[in-house]
Design a protein around this ligand. Structure first.
Ligand code: DQA
Length: 139
């Protein structure tokens, strides 16, 4: 299986960014664990702080990958463009969040990703990504 994890803005700072919410592990360290755990998965990774670059990557991989695991971070709550990109592609998208966005501020309850996602996993810390990968093996 060919899966790609796409992380949005500020997720490059995982490990030092609000660790009480997002934990103290860097994503690079966690990715290493995932790659070792799923040796049969071809696992790609992309992170950008730029909305258009995220859309470019969704378009680029959205007709060839078996799945996109997307944490659009703050753009989740604002980006019609990313929502439309997910509608435009054929690869299924799993929306992921580290924190439980529904237990946080009201503005985090809105998602432009969810209506177009094939599934949503949130609130399990970095393990949310692991659960998303696992979801591709339940078929
Ligand atoms: C996040 C939740 C978003 O509301 C926030 O803007 C983020 C991270 C999460 O993974 O919990 O940057 O997507």
């Amino acid at each position: 299986k060919k899966l790609i994890i796409i992380n949005g803005p500020n997720l490059n700072l995982l490990g030092k960014r609000e660790p009480e919410i997002y934990g103290s592990q860097t994503f690079e360290d966690y990715l290493e664990i995932l790659i070792n755990k799923y040796p049969k998965v071809e696992l790609d990774y992309f992170q950008s702080n730029i909305e258009g670059e995220l859309i470019d990557k969704i378009q680029e991989t959205g007709f060839s990958a078996d799945g996109i695991i997307l944490n659009a971070a703050a753009y989740t709550h604002t980006s019609v463009g990313i929502g439309d990109a997910i509608k435009a592609i054929s690869t299924p998208v799993i929306e992921v969040h580290i924190s439980n966005t529904f237990s946080r501020e009201e503005f985090r309850h809105q998602s432009y990703i969810s209506p177009n996602a094939s599934g949503v996993i949130l609130g399990f810390g970095l393990k949310s990504y692991d659960l998303a990968i696992e979801s591709f093996f339940n078929d």
